[in-house]
Design a protein around this ligand. Sequence first.
Ligand SMILES: Nc1ncnc2c1ncn2[C@@H]1O[C@H](COP(=O)(O)OP(=O)(O)OP(=O)(O)O)[C@@H](O)[C@H]1O
Length: 406
Amino acid sequence: MTKHIRNHSLSNDEVQRYSRQLILSEFGVHAQERLKDSSALIIGCGGLGSPAALYLASSGLGRLGLVDHDNVDISNLHRQIIHRETTIGKTKVESAQITCLQINSSLKIDTYNQLLTYENIMPIVKQYDVILDCTDNVITRYLINDACVLCQKPLVSASVIRLEGQLSVWNYIEKNGPCYRCLYPQAPPEETVSTCSDVGVLGPVCGTLGSLQALEAIKIVTKIGDVLSNRMLLVDGLSMNFRTIKLRNRQTTCAVCGTNPTIINQPSPPPMNQCSNDQPCRKNLLNRNERITANDLSKSNLSSFIIDVRPEHELNIAQFDNSFHLPMDRLLYKNDDEQLRNELRTNIENNQQIIIVCRRGNDSQLAVRRLKELLSDIDNIDEKIKDLEGGFQAWHTDVDSTFPLY
Ligand SMILES: Nc1ncnc2c1ncn2[C@@H]1O[C@H](COP(=O)(O)OP(=O)(O)OP(=O)(O)O)[C@@H](O)[C@H]1O
């Protein structure tokens, strides 16, 4: 019998399992071996982390770290495809681990059921070859960036909102690429950054960006292809437009990766921009006496004029009887003050309290501020107008559970 020679360390089972990628001329057995010897850390097992973890678990990567501090909720399932109805209530890392091991039982998985902070991030990040930022908030974005620079790890970062997404690789030393702080030294005020729970997101957009994060991570550890450093991919799912823009180079003045860094041993919170008129803050804008709780509103004997400031399409989910619809877009940007003032004056009766409602009690606070200006000639407007604290979500939780929670 003729003996065969193999120039690699993969078992026959591995050759069979990974055969469709082994036969790629750009990939081959040596990339597969490098993948097996590599590790990746996924921070955030949500919309982006789910597809990223599934693809990395399937790919033949050796070791996968999963970080998240949250538990699986039913509202996660439309996009966080690693979780199941059967894992609702479990920690996201445990739920993700279960699914990954069902796909690839030879994968070594470490789970970190914790909130990453400035205190605990460094020893975790240090252990992995590539880091994927799959989180959803500005502060964590800076935290992960700083830790990756300090630990000299490439960072594959993505974000999605509504039907749009962005992807880039930061701190890719091989190309002397910039870090996130080189591009954005100052963080925007957190209250002005929209999140998926504020404005929504469509599942497949997360699927696309999260999958591409896994692809970049595979390219980095196997050293194939042209890594998305110094560039950013912008995806618009509605028009199906994909474009890549060039980013500015690594900045010598950068606080973390520059020539005289001020952030040296440990990540540091970014300087925050202040809210301005263009970017009004929405959270905790009003004082207690400018708000009414769901309980108090349900018991109030006063006649109420309810103004619902949600966008038109959300009214189809559910709404209060006889509420006046005034979407935030019109209130803040339409510039039809005179007509709006007339409509409101015609509809509001003298003895009525004016209650502003929205989904969660954020927009309604801005609306109260704006309406106080607009209706300043109404007697005692400051006492008459209040927002529903916690919005329809509080109404569902505290007063009427048949009002849908969303
Ligand atoms: N500092 C952090 N440490 C650990 N996990 C984090 C941190 N910041 C964000 N995450 C996790 O990142 C994930 C982001 O995913 P995504 O926005 O899809 O989920 P979500 O927070 O469940 O969404 P929703 O806002 O709709 O509830 C979340 O699971 C969140 O718990």
